[in-house]
Design a binder for this molecule. Sequence first.
Ligand SMILES: [Fe+2]
Ligand SMILES: [Fe+2]
Length: 626
Amino acid sequence: MNTQPKTATAQEIHEVFELFKKNMDIINMYEELLYADKDEEKWIDNYKKRSEATRKAYADNTRVSVLLAPFFADPSTLTDDVADALYAELIDLGPGPYDDAFIAVKVINLLITYYRQKNNLSRLILLYNRLGYEAFMTFRMGCKQHGKLAYDSYIKVISYAREYASFTDFYVRRAIFVAYSNLITSLPSYDLVNIDDAFDYYDKVQALYKSDEVTRLDGDAHEIKEIMEYIRENILGNESLIPNASEETKKRFCTLAREVYKEQCEKAGSEYKIDVIPLLANYRALYIEGRCGYTDAVEYLLAYYKIRSKDKISRKPKVLFAADEEFNFNTQLPKALIFGWLKDRRVDDELRKRETRNLIDCVNKYYASVSRKNYTPFINRALTDWCFRHLCLLDSFEEKESTIFNVILHRQIQTFFHSHMVAYLARMITDSVLENMPELLLPIYNLKSTDELYKKADDLRLFIKRAALYHDIGKTRMPNIINMQYRRLTAEELEIIRQHPGMGADAVDEDFDDYHAIILGHHKYYDGETGYPPRFSTKGLRVKPVIDLITICDTLDAATDYYGRNYAIKKSFPEVLEEMHNDSVDHYNPQIVSLLYRDKKLYNAIDALLTHGREEAYYKLIKENL
Ligand SMILES: [Fe+2]
Ligand SMILES: [Fe+2]
């Protein structure tokens, strides 16, 4: 009898991926409705339906893992049909509503192993290119080791330039140009390619383009001509790296910037109608050559931005992937302006403040308007990235706080609810601690007597509320899949989750110093050592009692949150409290845990919120904030 487990057929592969996409469509539809329909009954109903849809997706997607597992374990069990099916499904795992970069990387690696055995070089080249793209995406999501993987993959592709004429498939030949394009235009800003090397690759791709083989085979191919034009313009997008480049690169940059700028101005008839990259590059070049002052350049860029923002968006997307013109305008343009230029101390303070405020208002409006149906993970990532990168330009703590919560509300509603639930719980418990065992909180302000503490009670309540609201700020840096979990997470993703305290602490500036240790330490247990991040101890910290309190509130909310997380069984507050109480290694501050039992008023209030009042609390938050 054959004891080998039966491996999936191509048909089955297509079916599970179809189901995956259908489930994602339903989740995204309900997600969008949460922002559209504000009638209480309907809102709560949509919220529950989104939760059910996520739970269903999670269960259905387990079948994807089960079907793929034998192939991951032994790639030789793949057949041509199944490999073709996976190859076809890979397209949908790219930018778009079903964007799932980590699974894409796994499937690509599997197919690379398979086609290597089959010596199918054409497929391999296309797959390495795709691996470069997805590894770059996952690198940006926090998977550090994938930066080198992205670089190595593109290098592998360009190494086949020597055999250009031997590839009969046009898309394989085109892939070599795409790989050059990514090495030159995308990787330098992330420190994965040195800016001087980027200009060397530019020489190489130009030489390839002019070579006899390319002229003979693809001299008339528009697609390759367009990639070459894209590279020529977008190598200039590295303008902020130029001050650190070699003298030779600086010269080359300035010459190219002037060339492209002039061409575009002539074509468009006005400086204000050209693309932003040549405009920025031109001013960078003028500044480097000492032919224009820094603030003059900034004034020009701002004027350009104002005129362009009134333009109707009419041109076709220039980028090779998902993003549209409006998206680019609203995220890439201000990003380039603000980070490259406005941040510099040479810019007048007044001007910086005023313009930062304007740009942020514009981008904030944009956060709210982008649909959750398409390209959600990609756009969420870009918008949260934008938010944290410009945060340091904002003036007051309050402005920073409202900007962060605006992006969390619009792009990551579950984190918005969770942070507020933790804040409600923290408030209730703080009041009880102040009443029943105030001495626990004395170390926070280094105080000797409870009388002194009572005088500071209001400050303390605000401090703890904010600590609760900020504790998971790092979640906004996590990929969508980690926050939504519509499938089981991969080992790499589980590793990334553990980075959220560190990412949160890094995302905010010195204005948030008081909260730094709490953000960083909220997954450390009562002993101060266990939990994560591993190399951070909360022992002896002044804010240790706040960390203990937040850790308890965090667990209470997370463990009872049946709607927001894909738990198999629903747990009530009393059950979770019992687990905390029976916890033999004291993960949680036992004094606070026992207080939760002793203070009956507190116990009932928490039970009311967590076991019965969750939906109403969420709806109230939506009504007040949206
Ligand atoms: Fe957390
Ligand atoms: Fe949390």
